[in-house]
Design a protein around this ligand. Structure first.
Ligand code: ADP
Length: 495
C-alpha cells in the first residue's frame, strides 16, 4: 500500500512533469510508450490516450529509426544519452527539430525497466540560427567591410569584406581597437563618430581615409549606425566601409580630363577670336580698295569688282559672326538699345532678302502697321537676316517663305515659315547650340553652325524666346517672342 507521503510526492511529480515546457515521455525497453505529458501532446499532437501503449517509432521519421536502436542499447547498458538534436514527426506529419535527452528508468530492485525521454522543441532556436546564418552569409559576401565594435572602439565582428579591404584576418582584428585602421592624423574622427553614435545618430557616407595592414591609405566611404540591445540601450556601432579608391581615381581622372578639355576649349575660343580679328583688318582694306577701284573702273570691270565685293562681304559677315561667338562666350555681346519701328525693320529685312534671293517669294502677314519697340535694331535685324537666309538655304526645292508678325498686349511674335527640307526631331533641340549643324558638315549647304546660336543669344538678351518646329520634308517654322514690357517702361521719361 502507498503511504500518504509517497502519494503526495507522486502527485507533486506528476504536476511538475505536466507543467514542463518540454515533452517528457517514458517507454519500456521494447519501445512502448508508458507516460506522455501535456507538453508531449502540445509538441507532437497525440493525446495521452492516443500515445500510451503505442510504439515510440510512431513519432520517429523512418530515416531516424536507427537512432532508436542506438538509444535503447545505451539505456540497456544503464547509460544516459546526452542531449542530441534530431527530428521527430508530429501527428499531422510535420517534422520538428527537437533536442532530446534520454535516461534509464530503474526499478526498486535496480533493474532497468525503461527509458525516460525529455524532448525540447528547438524550432524557434533553429529558425533564429538559420536567420543568423543567412545574415552572416549576406554580410560575408558583401564587397563592403562590415565591422562591429563596442562604444569603447573594440572590434567585435569582422566580415570577409573587411579582411579584403584592410588586409587583417578576422582573428587578427577581433578584440583590437578600431584605431588600428585609423591614420594618426585622423584619430579625432573616431571621437566624432562615437559621439554621434552614443547620441543615437547615424553617420552616413562619410568620405575619409583608412589604413590597411600593409600601410596603404585607402579612400573609403563610411556609414556607421548604433547597435542597440533588447532594451534599446546603445551598446556599440556597426560600420560599413566601402572602398572608393577606384571611384576617387576615376573622378580625379575625369576632373583632369575636364580641365584639359576646358583649357583646349579656351585656347580654341582664343584662336577663333585672334584669327577673326587678324582676318578682319586685311578684309576691310580689301573692301575699301575694291570700292575705290569701282569708282574709276569702266563698265566691263565693274561686274567683276561687284562680284568680288559680294564675296568680300560674305567673308566679312562670316568673320563678324565668329567674333560675335567669342563675344557671347566672354559674356560681352554689346546691345545698343533704342526705340524703333519693329514692323518697318521686318519689312526692310524681307525686302533685302528678296533682293539677294530673286528666285524666292517672301510674304509678310499680319495687320500691324507700326510697332514701336525698345531694343537693339541692328542685332534684331541680324536675327531676321539669319532666319531668312536659313529659310532660303534649307529650301532648295520650294521658294515660298512666309513671315508673320503679330502681337498681344505684352509680347510680339515673329514666325518664319519655309517649305524646305525640315529638321529631324532628334536634332531639333540642338540647332541653337554652338557649331551644331543638323544636316552635317558634309551637306552641300555652306555654313558654320553659329547663326542660330547668335540668334538665340540676341533674343534671350532681349528677354524673349526662340524655338523651332519642323516636319522633315515639309518645312520648318521658327518662332521668336519678344516682351514689349521693357519698351513701355523705358519709354516713360527718365525718373
Ligand atoms: P548654319 O546654317 O551655318 O549651318 P545655323 O546655326 O544657322 O548654322 O543653323 C544650324 C543648323 O540648323 C543648320 O546647319 C541646319 O541643319 C539647321 N537649320 C537651320 N535653319 C533651318 C531651316 N530653315 N530648315 C532646315 N534646317 C535648318
Amino acid at each position: 500500500m502507498m503511504n500518504t507521503q509517497s502519494a503526495y510526492d507522486l502527485a507533486m511529480l506528476a504536476a511538475i512533469v505536466n507543467s514542463s515546457d518540454d515533452a517528457i515521455i517514458s517507454k519500456t525497453l521494447d519501445g512502448h510508450i508508458t507516460t506522455w505529458n501535456a507538453a508531449a501532446e502540445r509538441i507532437l499532437g497525440y493525446t495521452e490516450a492516443e500515445a500510451i501503449g503505442q510504439h515510440i517509432s510512431m513519432i520517429i521519421p523512418k530515416e531516424h529509426l536507427p537512432e532508436e536502436e542506438r538509444i535503447i542499447a545505451h539505456i540497456a547498458a544503464g547509460k544516459r544519452v546526452d542531449p542530441f538534436e534530431t527530428l521527430r514527426q508530429t501527428k499531422d506529419g510535420r517534422l520538428i527539430p527537437l533536442s532530446i535527452t534520454v535516461s534509464p528508468i530503474i526499478d526498486a530492485r535496480g533493474k532497468i525497466v525503461g527509458a525516460s525521454k525529455i524532448a525540447r522543441d528547438i524550432t524557434e532556436r533553429k529558425q533564429a540560427e538559420e536567420h543568423q546564418a543567412r545574415l552572416a552569409a549576406i554580410i560575408n559576401t558583401s564587397d563592403d567591410a562590415i565591422i562591429g565594435k563596442t562604444l569603447q572602439g573594440i572590434i567585435t565582428s569582422w566580415n570577409n569584406g573587411a579582411e579584403r579591404i584592410f588586409g587583417y584576418s578576422e582573428s587578427e582584428a577581433l578584440g583590437k581597437h578600431i584605431s588600428l585602421l585609423i591614420p594618426q592624423e585622423r584619430l579625432n574622427e573616431e571621437d566624432h563618430i562615437i559621439g554621434n553614435i552614443a547620441a543615437g545618430k547615424r553617420v552616413d557616407h562619410f568620405e575619409t581615409v583608412r589604413l590597411a595592414k600593409d600601410g596603404r591609405l585607402i579612400d573609403i566611404s563610411l556609414s556607421v549606425s548604433p547597435i542597440t540591445d533588447h532594451a534599446g540601450k546603445i551598446i556599440g556601432a556597426s560600420k560599413i566601409a566601402r572602398d572608393i579608391s577606384e571611384q576617387k581615381a576615376a573622378a580625379e581622372e575625369i576632373k583632369q580630363l575636364y580641365e584639359q578639355v576646358k583649357l583646349l576649349n579656351d585656347r580654341k575660343d582664343e584662336f577663333i577670336a585672334v584669327a577673326s580679328h587678324e582676318m578682319r583688318t586685311p578684309l576691310t582694306t580689301m573692301q575699301a580698295t575694291l570700292q575705290l577701284l569701282r569708282r574709276i573702273a569702266g563698265d566691263k570691270e565693274i561686274r567683276f569688282i561687284d562680284s568680288s565685293l559680294k564675296q568680300v562681304q560674305k567673308l566679312s559677315s562670316l568673320i563678324n559672326d565668329l567674333l560675335d561667338v567669342t563675344k557671347i562666350e566672354a559674356g560681352k555681346l554689346p546691345l545698343n538699345r533704342e526705340i524703333f519701328d519693329l514692323k518697318k525693320l521686318v519689312a526692310e529685312a524681307i525686302e533685302l532678302a528678296g533682293q539677294s534671293n530673286p528666285d524666292y517669294t517672301f510674304s509678310l502677314n499680319g495687320d500691324i502697321i507700326e510697332l514701336p519697340f525698345y531694343g537693339d535694331p541692328h542685332r534684331l535685324e541680324q536675327v531676321l537676316t539669319n532666319l531668312l537666309s536659313n529659310a532660303v538655304k534649307y529650301s532648295p526645292d520650294d521658294n515660298r517663305i512666309e513671315v508673320t508678325l503679330s502681337q498681344t498686349d505684352e509680347t510680339v511674335m515673329l514666325t518664319i515659315h519655309d517649305h524646305g527640307m525640315g529638321i529631324p526631331p532628334d536634332k531639333l533641340p540642338l540647332i541653337f547650340t554652338r557649331f551644331y549643324r543638323a544636316h552635317g558638315q558634309l551637306s552641300k549647304i555652306a555654313g558654320l553652325g553659329i547663326g542660330l546660336y547668335i540668334c538665340a543669344e540676341i533674343i534671350s538678351r532681349h528677354g524673349g524666346r526662340i524655338w523651332a518646329e519642323s516636319e522633315p520634308g515639309l518645312g520648318s517654322t521658327f518662332f521668336c517672342t519678344l516682351p514689349k514690357r521693357e519698351a513701355n517702361t523705358l519709354q516713360q521719361p527718365a525718373a
